[in-house]
Design a protein around this ligand. Sequence first.
Ligand code: FMN
Length: 184
Amino acid sequence: MSQSINVVVVSGSLRDPSRTHVLLQELVNALQKRLPANVHWVRIAELSGGLAGSLERDTASPQLLPHLQAIESADLIIAGSPVYRASYTGLFKHFFDLVDYQSLKGVPVLLAATGGGERHALVIDHQLRPLFAFFQAHTLPYGLYATPETFTDYRLTDAAQFERIERALDPVEAFFRNAAVQAA
Ligand SMILES: Cc1cc2nc3c(=O)[nH]c(=O)nc-3n(C[C@H](O)[C@H](O)[C@H](O)COP(=O)(O)O)c2cc1C
């Protein structure tokens, strides 16, 4: 593949450092070994004040507009959030409340989450997946969930998690390689 894909990564954590950010960064690193990609990051922690104060799209903070425009024209979205009270963070949802509801149709979305324990691993399928179903996005079948045990000092150190990252990326690579063949 010669043409780069436009990837938007949304990290729903409100903290820095962030385990969610580390997991997403490892995903991006592995993706870039497989496919040429331009990566745009949306870090909710950095947008928090402007995002919380932007109640409508028409009056949204100018700081948000490049991020909204990037996601609305993305080829691939990687969406990750820490689990807060058995769901994604409130500001992660608020960001998507401002995204044009018709702009994500058919866009592949890779889902990821981190939580304090295994108990809420289904946040991927019970919370994140329905949100992107609303947008008629194409959520990829295999999501990534990580607990604190898979990290050491905010570094991902669990070999099994790296294998899961590769497994999650197989359908992503197939999707874009097939699209490139069809376009040729
Ligand atoms: C307000 C709050 C609520 C949380 N709720 C849950 C929860 O319901 N289930 C869970 O497994 N972990 C929960 N956690 C733990 C975080 O999901 C976990 O520490 C996560 O990895 C933090 O990600 P971050 O470092 O990217 O912010 C909660 C943490 C906070 C601060």
